[in-house]
Design a protein around this ligand. Sequence first.
Ligand SMILES: NC(=O)c1ccc[n+]([C@@H]2O[C@H](COP(=O)([O-])OP(=O)(O)OC[C@H]3O[C@@H](n4cnc5c(N)ncnc54)[C@H](OP(=O)(O)O)[C@@H]3O)[C@@H](O)[C@H]2O)c1
Length: 239
Amino acid sequence: MQINGATALVTGANRGLGRSFAVELLRRGATVYAAARRPELVDIPGVRAVRLDITDAAQVDAAAEIAGDVDLLINNAADTAGGNLITGDPRAIRSVMDTNYHGTLAVIRAFAPVLARNGGGAILNVLSAAAWTTVDGNAAYAASKSAEWGLTNNVRMELAGQGTHVAALIPGLIGTQTLFDFAEQQGIELPEGAVIDPADLVSVALDGLEAGEVEIFDSLGRKAKEYLSGPPTSFPFAV
Ligand SMILES: NC(=O)c1ccc[n+]([C@@H]2O[C@H](COP(=O)([O-])OP(=O)(O)OC[C@H]3O[C@@H](n4cnc5c(N)ncnc54)[C@H](OP(=O)(O)O)[C@@H]3O)[C@@H](O)[C@H]2O)c1
């Protein structure tokens, strides 16, 4: 997948990693639809802001209509709350699954025909090392990312016939406000040197996409995959 000349849509592009994706895609010569629940918050000159709550079916369909020239879909938006599975608020647990699994799937289903029309293109799903570990305080989120990994693998199989490359980005700890807030709330000391800058991660992700990789890692994500062959591990683990 060549980024220069591509037309990309990034979900959750108003802040955090999604915003970094939009900025770097633009810098590398892509046309960028920056999708956000509140498009008025998108502050990147040169992108096309699109209203998109990925849990709203009408907005998902409208986005696929508006952005009918997309050949790169970046599923970045996520509900990162949820708490633990036994003690958490059931509505928050359901919201995490509705957003991260069903919302992502809805966007993929809406854009699959768009990608097919535009030559196949690519999808990048932003997963997490949490998909392969346990996260005390955010178990609902971790489980939703496990489900999203399964979704990614199966969608890859289903879309291979139309020539759509489906990749996963598996980061560990990304230096966004959401991570810093979570760490503070939980009293977690983030391991020294383990937090990747969002802009650096985006560079790794887009280089990986251009190289045709199926799973793209930062160092913690790669370590989580290595741990998969052993007993379940908690996160963040020793680095
Ligand atoms: N930060 C980390 O340490 C870390 C580690 C591994 C993986 N990740 C993954 O990386 C991605 C970005 O994380 P981040 O730290 O940048 O998160 P973030 O700063 O909390 O941003 C989340 C984005 O998702 C959007 N969003 C939430 N629910 C949505 C919905 N229903 N429809 C559309 N947009 C929605 C938010 O929009 P609003 O502004 O409207 O809320 C926001 O733009 C996520 O997939 C996350 O799971 C993060």
